[in-house]
Design a protein around this ligand. Structure first.
Ligand SMILES: CCCCCCC[C@@H](O)CC(=O)SCCNC(=O)CCNC(=O)[C@H](O)C(C)(C)COP(=O)(O)OP(=O)(O)OC[C@H]1O[C@@H](n2cnc3c(N)ncnc32)[C@H](O)[C@@H]1OP(=O)(O)O
Length: 308
């Protein structure tokens, strides 16, 4: 690994990513839905079957909003190529994710992605790098969604030259996605089991980071075994909100944000607690076996279900 002195914040924030394309089919959307646990409790669940199957005569499967987060997965290899960014990829953790939906996702498509560096922060023991990706339907040019993700690069901090810690944010409104969880009783609670093979299934949707499949890589990264993808946990949480608050209507979801607080091991039970504040659903996911919070955030809806 190169010496830390090669870390160059100005070079990093001025980096230009090449435009990229992302194509998907109905099969990809269905495989993703299974990867985040759809229909795992009940294969005939009439609120979730639509994500993986459509009867003859119906047009196509429906797509979960968190599928949008996959559009940016190709950037994982691009991050490693950013000049001036010196880090050990085995120590990278997904820190935060923010998604804005502008249109319901079609069941298949070809997208054009435009990515920029949105932030860089020196946390001393780590660097936090934020990337923003706008995804357009390639043919029509229509903007479908925006993803902003923060990666937590353990061991890459401490690059600030002055006494002021270095912090660059292009979009100040979203720098921290850490939320205060209400003290009141949650409006709804949803429990779901992940499978011990969950990460092996989820990775087929496009995140092949060996942290989630290779015991040796997981050990180097500081875990006793491979951990679950953060976006898989986020998918479970948003499914819980769609089932408990949106009455199965995924198109009600406008924005999704979450901060990954702690790793999840495949096979653990996820408990999603939800509070409604106007059109916002504040949520927290806990791992039942360890009674620890692993994810928290807010989902914004375009309306509330009339039956609530
Ligand atoms: C472009 C394509 C990219 C795709 C990338 C995705 C690839 C995937 O394959 C990788 C994954 O899915 S990894 C699995 C999911 N993520 C995780 O499990 C991480 C869980 N979180 C943790 O372990 C800790 O919160 C941890 C370790 C993150 C932080 O804990 P601590 O070190 O104890 O931090 P702490 O002392 O509490 O805070 C230090 C400063 O960092 C900020 N911070 C904390 N958690 C953060 C987080 N999750 N995201 C962003 N920033 C975070 C704190 O605010 C603090 O900053 P400040 O001092 O300024 O307040």
């Amino acid at each position: 690994m190169a010496a830390k002195s090669e870390f160059d914040p100005q070079l990093i924030i001025s980096h230009k990513f090449p435009e990229s394309t992302y194509s998907y089919t109905e099969r990809d959307a269905a495989l993703y839905a299974l990867g985040i646990g759809a229909c795992s409790k009940d294969a005939l669940d009439n609120k979730e079957l639509k994500y993986v199957y459509h009867p003859d005569g119906q047009q196509s499967v429906e797509v979960l909003p968190t599928f949008a987060a996959l559009f940016s997965m190709g950037l994982q290899s691009e991050i490693a190529k950013i000049p001036g960014l010196d880090f050990d990829p085995r120590l990278l953790l997904h820190g935060q994710q923010y998604i804005e939906m502008y249109k319901p996702l079609p069941s298949h498509g070809c997208l054009l992605n435009k990515a920029t560096v949105a932030g860089l922060h020196d946390k001393g023991k780590a660097a936090v790098l934020e990337i923003e990706i706008l995804s357009y339907e390639k043919e029509s040019g229509v903007l479908l969604c925006m993803n902003r993700m923060a990666v937590y690069l353990r061991g890459a901090g401490g690059f600030s030259k002055s006494s002021q810690p270095y912090s660059f944010t292009k979009y100040s409104s979203n720098q921290t996605l850490a939320y205060k969880i209400p003290r009141s009783q949650p409006f709804a609670v949803f429990e779901d089991c992940t499978q011990s093979s969950q990460a092996l299934l989820y990775r087929l949707s496009g995140d092949y980071n060996p942290l989630h499949s290779d015991p040796m890589v997981a050990e180097i990264a500081g875990f006793s075994r491979p951990i679950l993808h953060g976006l898989c946990t986020l998918g479970f949480a948003v499914r819980a909100i769609i089932k408990s608050i949106c009455r199965g209507e995924q198109k009600m979801i406008k924005n999704i944000s979450g901060r990954f607080l702690l790793h999840v091991y495949p096979g653990e039970t996820l408990i999603t607690e939800m509070w409604i504040e106007d059109l916002r659903v504040v949520y927290q996911v806990k791992v039942k076996e360890r009674n620890r919070a692993v994810l928290s955030g807010v989902v914004t809806l375009d309306r509330l279900s009339s039956s609530l």
